[in-house]
Design a protein around this ligand. Structure first.
Ligand SMILES: Nc1ncnc2c1ncn2[C@@H]1O[C@H](COP(=O)(O)OP(=O)(O)OP(=O)(O)O)[C@@H](O)[C@H]1O
Length: 364
């Protein structure tokens, strides 16, 4: 079968389009270096072992039965490999891959060409699938179940529904917010794969492999240093590596050692935990403006003049995972670790009012 990748409608960020912006504007050209670093085969995937193993079973079964892969839903914070996994599955099967995004599928007619043109066994990757409008979501239910679309022709009394059969293909959905997916849509995916943050060991391997792809030499200590400061995220590890490589070329002989990486990261104001200015600003706003919380994401976003999506998808997941912040029913609360990290004294809290007190949280 032909192997083809068509990229369409992938927005460059998660903002809602503002006045004068076109949500159907062509996507930016893919970053050629980022594409070069992307694993192509399942054997090149680092970490996420359990996910990779389940996918290898699904691949082997699909090949033996000569049937398409089951529909798969990937969820997890940005940059952990959802698109990479979709690309790997397409390469392993040698089938066509079409890419689109929930944000660019406004109407049923936007999604129709993807469905009717889908080749037998091909993959349709829908990024940010939680952004599909409800009407479009409902339109694809019969596609996912029976490979047909129901098209209504005419209006009023003369209206009639015709069933249009489609080729059997696979929908791979990716989302940073699985909680926003409706239950019927979620249930139509036969495999649900949650991608977790990577541990430093896996990130150090990714960095060493990618340094070689970029023809850069990096010491083991430097790879570990970058790994520990990449927020558990391969995409961030790649961008840290690219910056440190440039720094090493500009300021030294191009070889990346521990001291070069520390100097380069310090210049970008990336601290020992891998947090950047935006992360620290979030904690600082929560602690200074909102007295440590509880407060909502909307209030934080408005104060920081960022979109709520950026706060929820990009800033908070890692801070929550590292327990610098906890979410309580009344909002976000900074933990002692956050105060310590910013070098601030934590005010005394009455145990009765302490939202982080496990006894008290039981009653909230
Ligand atoms: N398991 C992995 N092994 C090696 N490299 C990886 C892995 N996962 C991701 N990467 C690297 O991280 C980069 C970003 O991954 P990817 O674009 O797949 O993330 P994503 O989860 O789809 O993000 P988004 O939701 O923002 O689109 C890839 O280009 C690749 O270089």
């Amino acid at each position: 079968m032909a192997r083809e990748v068509k990229i369409k409608g992938k927005p460059d960020d998660d903002r809602e389009p503002g006045a004068g912006e076109d949500r159907h504007a062509p996507p930016p050209p893919p970053d050629a270096v980022e594409e070069k670093l992307r694993p192509q085969r399942l054997s090149e995937i680092i970490g996420q072992r359990a996910v990779a193993e389940r996918l290898s079973i699904a691949l082997a079964a699909a090949k033996k039965r000569n049937e398409p892969l089951p529909h798969i839903l990937f969820d997890g914070p940005p940059g952990l490999g959802k698109t990479t996994f979709a690309g790997v599955l397409h390469n392993e099967l040698g089938v066509e891959l079409n890419l689109t995004s929930g944000a660019s599928l406004d109407k049923k007619m936007d999604v129709m060409p993807y469905l009717t043109n889908a080749a037998e066994g091909s993959i349709l990757f829908i990024d940010e699938i939680h952004r599909l409008p409800r009407a479009v979501e409902e339109f694809i239910y019969p596609v996912m179940e029976d490979f047909r679309v129901d098209v209504v022709l005419g209006e009023g009394m003369a209206a009639r529904t015709i069933n249009l059969p489609l080729k059997k293909f696979t929908i791979i959905g990716a989302t940073t917010r699985s909680g926003m997916l409706s239950a019927p849509l979620r249930e139509r995916f036969h495999m649900h794969e949650h991608l977790e943050f990577y541990d430093p060991e896996d990130l150090a391997r990714i960095i060493t492999i990618n340094a070689a792809k970029l023809r850069a030499t990096i010491s083991d200590e430097a790879a570990w240093e970058l790994a520990g400061r990449s927020r558990g995220t391969p995409r961030i590890a790649n961008s840290r590596l690219r910056w440190v490589r440039d720094y090493a070329i500009a300021r030294a002989d191009g070889a990346i050692d521990l001291s070069i990486s520390r100097d380069a990261l310090a210049m970008q104001e990336i601290d020992s935990e891998g947090m950047d200015k935006q992360d620290r600003r979030y904690l600082d706003t929560l602690i200074r403006v909102f007295k440590g919380g509880p407060t909502g994401a909307e209030a934080l976003a408005a104060t920081m003049t960022l979109s709520v999506d950026t706060i929820r998808d990009e800033v908070e997941p890692y801070l929550l995972r590292r327990e610098f912040v906890v979410r309580t029913p009344r909002g976000r609360v900074a933990t002692a670790a956050a105060y310590r990290h910013l070098g601030l004294a934590q005010p005394e809290v009455d145990p009765e009012d302490d939202l982080l007190n496990p006894q008290r949280r039981l009653f909230l």
